[in-house]
Design a binder for this molecule. Structure first.
Ligand code: UTP
Length: 274
């Protein structure tokens, strides 16, 4: 049973400057909910109840969001607006939140290693909240937990990208086990299209086995001088212990302006139809 979900949210979000000077990128709203709330709801949909946040300086708004606001709740009690807080109240009542800070932004792998104190020695999920995943029915993490139960190793979510965009992603190659499921052989961080082993890109959803922490401790800085999670996963892949999964659903890259605007428009259209 996977109970814990790690949210690395310490990045600077420079693509959204100046917005991200004082407000974390993970608090950008899509309609009325911040990105990180969508991530937490996806983890809950996969029956996880322990949310571990990796934050940094200037990220207090995240902790405040997942806390009770007595004054506000008192003000709107008994009014029409009360129901607007129902979802977040349910999250606060159902889940436990813990926080630790990544003091230096040394990369996603380093952010995950910083989470070891919150996770301990058990398999866990990782959500990058700026990859917003919208699915009909089961969320991506719930789909991935099923695979974890079957394979008992690290699971990474992938999608096919335009071959000219491989330099924005970790790219995998592997042996197809069944429709949309691969045993990973190779992983390359942000390869130029001519060096990419495929167009199967890793997106911001992982289930990791806890041996990843020891591997990350040994992992030297890679591309961009950062400690890369793909380099650590490659160690597990060498032993056949990484499964890549082409999930059912749609991902929006809300870390980019284009993806963020597209997500906003499409979710608005969807909501209007209800
Ligand atoms: P990004 O590559 O999107 O970087 O990180 P960023 O800083 O958030 O955004 P830009 O590129 O400057 O606009 C991917 C994810 O990894 C987290 C980020 O918070 C984001 O969720 N991350 C990255 C960390 O938590 N720590 C790091 O050192 C690096």
């Amino acid at each position: 049973m996977i109970r814990k979900c790690l949210f690395p949210a310490a990045g600077y979000g420079t693509r959204f400057l100046p917005m991200t000077k004082a407000i974390p990128k993970e608090m950008l709203p899509i309609l009325t909910k911040p990105l990180i709330q969508y991530g937490v709801e996806e983890a809950m949909n996969a029956r996880m109840n322990t949310m571990a946040m990796i934050t940094g300086r200037g990220k207090r708004a995240i902790a405040d969001h997942f806390d009770i606001s007595y004054e506000l709740e008192h003000q709107i009690r008994g009014t029409e607006k009360e129901k607007m807080l129902a979802d977040i109240r349910d999250i606060i009542d159902t889940c436990t939140f813990s926080y630790t800070r990544q003091a230096e932004m040394l990369g996603l792998g380093h952010a995950i290693l910083t989470g070891e104190t919150l996770i301990g020695n058990e398999p866990f999920a990782v959500v990058l909240a700026d990859d917003l995943c919208i699915c009909e029915g089961e969320g991506v993490l719930a789909q991935m937990v099923k695979l974890y139960n079957e394979y008992q190793c690290s699971i990474i979510a992938i999608e096919e990208v335009d071959p000219s965009h491989t330099n924005k992603y970790g790219i995998i190659a592997g042996e197809a086990i069944s429709e949309g499921i691969y045993r990973v052989h190779t992983m390359v961080e942000k390869p130029a299209p001519e060096n990419a082993p495929s167009n199967l890109a890793i997106i911001g959803r992982y289930i990791l086995t806890p041996d990843i922490f020891e591997i990350l401790r040994q992992t030297k800085p890679g591309k961009g001088g950062e400690i890369q999670i793909t380099d650590a996963l490659m160690e597990q892949a060498r032993e056949g212990k990484v499964i890549a999964y082409r999930f059912r659903g749609k991902r929006y890259d809300c870390g980019s302006i284009d993806g963020y605007v597209q997500a906003t428009i499409e979710l608005y259209e969807k909501e209007k139809q209800v």
